[in-house]
Ligand binder design. Structure first.
Ligand SMILES: *Cc1c(COP(=O)(O)O)cnc(C)c1O
Length: 412
């Protein structure tokens, strides 16, 4: 008899985005003429930049020749990409990362979901609430989280409320945990951790011998050069932090798929016997066992994003989305909404109108403005009373969505 993994039964019943999809489909079927604007799921809309397309074409032609053909990629990525990452993502910020500390992968969603495998099942996990659901759900699947209570909180996970009082960027708690997930710039709240706050997190991790999982999928959206882009800009972080970055939101790679994870040599965990083990070795073992590398074509495309021409073009796309976010923020504020985020992130985190619940507001926005948002409650109990809007859309759709929202909810 094939018993199922019972831990899957502890997962929240409906994953957020399928439920949104179900409600949107039902509405569209009942109102076929309604022109919906989707500001819900955070997926990019602009095509790949010319430098990336050229790199892809070149790589395709190379593969067609006996000398240029490539089979399996090196375990951790091709040297040309590792070098470009070291140079452009780290050395420019005064950070030295060795090539063998970088693991190129096909996505930060996978990496942030898989990283928990290298930790013991007895590890106490810390997340913020609201949270990117992947961090929690993958720990639930592994059996680290236990059953959820009526509010949807799992007994084995420590939740830190991100709210207006702490600028949606909570400080470390007084209590200990073993593995803490930090996402900055944040999905869903659009908040960003500044240097002082990151220093407090690193100090907390060092004090409790904890590991920080730093998800910087949105680092390209940081507009202020004094804000850290990498956690390794903080002294002592090499000993306690794993960092993840992605080409998805930075250069439109959500379909092409490329990301990387950095595990510094100094970052260790402990065995039951008390022996220190470099986490890098565990992650290397995990990747070589379960992953066979990112396609050559895609690694060449990612390299192009880091070279001057591609970087300039990708930065223009990011600037375009940031301008969308700025307009959304300004327009919603003018309409009387309380708006957070959207400055160093493509997401706006907004209080619902009239004290409505997240899902009630979602339904109202859909029915009256024909705009699809993401209900804040879908990211955790502390997200109740908020909704998330994504700036990943055309300028025209952003302006049209704003006009509709202002028409429905007025300029209060
Ligand atoms: C979009 C996103 C990612 C990136 O995922 P990919 O798998 O690289 O496309 C990672 N973390 C968060 C919080 C995200 O929103």
């Amino acid at each position: 008899m094939a018993h199922v993994n019972e831990h899957y039964r502890s997962l929240p019943a409906g994953y957020l985005f399928p439920e949104i999809g179900r409600r949107v489909r039902a509405y569209q079927q009942a109102h076929p003429d309604a022109k919906l604007i989707r500001l819900g799921i955070g997926d990019v809309v602009l095509p790949l930049v010319p430098a990336v397309i050229e790199a892809l074409h070149r790589a395709v032609d190379e593969l067609a020749t006996p000398e240029g053909f490539k089979g399996y990629a090196p375990d951790q990525g091709y040297d040309f990409l590792l070098d470009a990452i070291q140079k452009h993502d780290y050395r420019t910020r005064g950070v030295e990362i060795a090539g063998d500390e970088i693991f190129v992968s096909d996505g930060s969603k996978q990496d942030s979901g898989n990283i928990q495998e290298i930790f013991g099942l007895d590890c106490k996990v810390l997340v913020s609430d609201p949270v990117y659901p992947v961090y929690v759900d993958t720990n639930v699947m592994a059996g680290r989280a236990g059953k959820a209570d009526a509010a949807g909180r799992h007994a084995g996970i420590l939740y830190l409320a991100a709210n207006e009082a702490n600028g949606f960027a909570p400080d470390p708690p007084a209590e200990r945990a073993d593995v803490a997930y930090l996402c900055s710039p944040n999905n869903p709240t659009g908040s960003v951790l500044d240097k002082a706050r990151l220093e407090r997190w690193v100090a907390w991790a060092r004090k409790h011998d904890a590991v920080l999982i730093f998800d910087a999928a949105y680092d390209a959206y940081i507009g202020d050069p004094t804000l850290p882009r990498s956690i390794y800009e903080i002294e002592g972080a090499r000993a306690c932090a794993i960092e993840m970055r992605s080409f998805s939101k930075r250069a439109g790679f959500t379909g092409l798929r490329c990301a990387y994870t950095v595990v510094p040599r100094e970052c260790t965990g402990t065995t039951a016997a008390g022996e220190r083990v470099p986490l890098r070795e565990l992650w290397a073992r995990r990747m070589s066992t379960k992953f066979n590398g990112v396609p050559y074509l895609v690694q060449r495309a990612a390299e192009a994003v880091l070279l001057p021409e591609g970087r300039k073009q990708a930065d223009e796309q990011v600037a375009f989305y940031r301008e969308n976010a700025r307009r959304l923020g300004q327009g919603l504020t003018a309409a009387g909404f309380r708006v957070f985020g959207g400055v160093h992130a493509p997401y706006l985190w907004v209080r619902t109108a009239g004290g409505l619940s997240s899902w009630d507001f979602f339904d109202r926005l859909l029915a009256e403005a024909h705009v699809v948002a993401t209900p804040g409650a879908g990211f955790g109990p502390a997200g109740e009373g908020f909704f998330r809007l994504s700036a990943f859309n055309s300028r025209e759709n952003i302006e049209e969505a704003l006009a509709r929202i202002q028409r429905v909810f007025g300029r209060r």
